[in-house]
Design a binder for this molecule. Sequence first.
Ligand code: PLP
Length: 373
Amino acid sequence: MIVSPPAEIGMPLAEVDTPALLLDLDAFERNLTRLADRAKRMGVRLRPHAKTHKSPVIARRQMALGAVGVCCQKVSEAEALVQGGVADVLVSNEIAGARKCARLAALAREARIAVCVDDVAHIEALSAASVAYGVTIDVLVEINVGGNRCGVEPGAPALALAEGIAKAPGLRFRGLQAYHGSAQHIADFAKRRDAAASAAAKARETRDLLARHGHDCADIEGAGTGTYAFEGTSGVYNELQVGSYIFMDAHYARNLDENGRPVSDFEHSLFVYATVMSKPARDRAAVDAGKKALAMDSGMPTFADLRDIEYTAASDEHGNLKLGETNRPLVIGDKIRLIPGHCDPTVNLYDWYVGYRGDRVEALWPIARGPGY
Ligand SMILES: Cc1ncc(COP(=O)(O)O)c(C=O)c1O
C-alpha cells in the first residue's frame, strides 16, 4: 500500500495535514552547502550518512555538491539508494546472515558497494556471497575507537582481519571504519574534541601498523555532526560520514562551541507539523503529534516559532503542551512546527517529506522507512 502524502505541491503550508514531516528547503540547502564547502576547505571527502534521511533524492543532492557517495546502516537502505540512482554506497555497519550477504553481493552488480567487518565470520560469509555472484565487494575493518558498539580492537586484531580480507576471494581491503558514536553528543566542546582526538590516535596507530605490513588504507572513515571538524582536520580521516547536519535536531542543538555557546554550524530544517486539537485549560493544550509522530529517545521536541511553551508529555497520538502567558491565545486548529529531539528515528516514522519554501509546498519526497532488513 502506498500511503498518499499529507500535502500537494503548490499548496500553502497552512493547508498541509498533520502530523507531517516538514523540510524547510532553504535551511536544508544551506546546511548541504555549508558542510560541502567545509569539507573542501579541510581537504577531505564527504560520504554523508543516508540512515538519517533514507532518501535517494537527498543522497543525490549531497552527491551533486561533491559527496563521493553515501553510507547507510542496512542492506535494505542500500537497495533503496541504488534503486534511486545512487552509484556508490558503503554499509558502514556489520551485516550478518547468508541472505543479507547475498542481497549485498547482488547489489554489487549494479553499484560500487562496500561494507564493514569486525570478525572472520563476516569475511567468510561475504567472500562466499561475492564468489557466488561473481562480484568484488570492498571491505573496511571497523575498529572500536571508544564507542564500544561494534568494532574490533585497534592494532593487531585489526591487522589480522585486514590480512584475512586480502586473502579472501571476492573481497578487497579498502580501509578502516573508525566512528566514535558516543563522542557526538558530548555537549562540552573540549571534552568532545578530546574524545575525537583519542579516536583519531587509535585510527592513526592502526593505519600505520597496517601500512608496515603492506595493507594501505585507501579510506579512513568516521565522524558525525558533533565531531566532524575534529576528524576533518586530524590528518587521519579522509572521508566523513556526517548525517544529521542536514536537519539539526534538538539534541544536537544542545552541543556547545568553544565559547560555551550552542553550536551554530547548521540550522534546524526538519520539523514535525502538528495541530492543536484540544485546549482543555487556559494553560494547557494537546497537539496531534505524540509518540507515533516524534522520536523522544533524546528528549522532548522544542518549538520553532514559539517561546514560553513546553512539550511536557506524550501518549501515542497526543502531545501535552504547557502554555506560558504569551501562548494562551492558541486555539483549536492552530498549527505549529516542532523540532524533533532526534531526527533519524523521527524521519523513520513518516512516509513523505513535505518540502516547502516560504509558505508553499514545493516537493514531496518518499522515505524508504522501516526497521531495515
Ligand atoms: C557509522 C556511523 N557513522 C556516522 C554517523 C553520524 O551521524 P550523525 O551525523 O547523524 O551523528 C552515525 C550515526 O549514528 C553512524 O552510526
